[in-house]
Design a binder for this molecule. Structure first.
Ligand SMILES: [Zn+2]
Length: 216
């Protein structure tokens, strides 16, 4: 698999889109949704989250979705979209909770966290757990899942004393942790309690308990 970075034009387009959706967040159903997931306005700003109310040209299909930009030193290199309806996305045929644009390959979410000098870093599955960790002061990067952890990513976490995967509290949650541990001997796994993840644990137990449980 090749990892050609997005072109300058592509990044400019995504920058414009992200900025547009950011402006449409306030007072939107997406803002309400973020609050329900315990994310602060500060986090929404930091991660440049947005709501696709009036899509930029080419993004019509993402109308009504929460926009989650993937940002690296070059700028916005991808935007992923999340359904914020109250229904069970899995129960609807041909519909999925998360949508990514064609050609958007596996990427690390919140990769800028790697620029901070830290001895330990946490890896979460999914953007919401990653944002929750970060909001609570845990240096956190995210992967979309075990299959989204690319061999090339191992190089990025080599310099840490410890890499802790905060695995979801189900069997599938261990897949990402095991994938990372297989190639990184300084990797550890901290699995969240049964049926919970970093976000739900934080919502139920609060910041102090989250830090205590995760050891950060
Ligand atoms: Zn849905």
């Amino acid at each position: 698999m090749t990892f050609s970075p997005p072109s300058k034009q592509r990044i400019e387009y995504l920058e414009l889109a992200a900025a547009t959706y950011q402006k449409q967040l306030q007072g939107s159903p997406a803002a309400e949704y973020l609050t329900s997931r315990g994310l602060t306005q500060g986090s929404a700003q930091y991660f440049r989250l947005g709501y696709v109310e009036s899509p930029v040209s080419g993004h019509e299909r993402y109308a009504g979705l929460l926009a989650i930009p993937y940002i690296n030193r070059q700028g916005v290199v991808a935007i992923r979209y999340r359904c914020i309806e109250g229904h069970d996305c899995k129960a609807i045929e041909g519909h999925s909770k998360y949508t990514r644009e064609p050609g958007d390959k596996a990427k690390i979410f919140n990769i800028l966290a790697l620029a901070k000098p830290e001895k330990r870093i946490a890896v979460c599955e999914g953007e919401f757990d990653t944002m929750t960790g970060w909001q609570n002061g845990i240096p956190t990067i995210g992967a979309a899942g075990a299959k989204s952890w690319m061999p090339i990513f191992n190089r990025l976490i080599r310099g840490y004393d410890e890499v802790v995967t905060l695995a979801d509290g189900d069997d599938a949650g261990l897949l990402l942790a095991d994938t990372i541990a297989e190639k990184n001997e300084h990797a550890k796994t901290r699995q969240m309690p049964h049926e919970s993840d970093v976000n739900s644990y934080f919502l139920e137990q609060g910041k102090e308990r989250l830090l205590e449980y995760t050891g950060f």
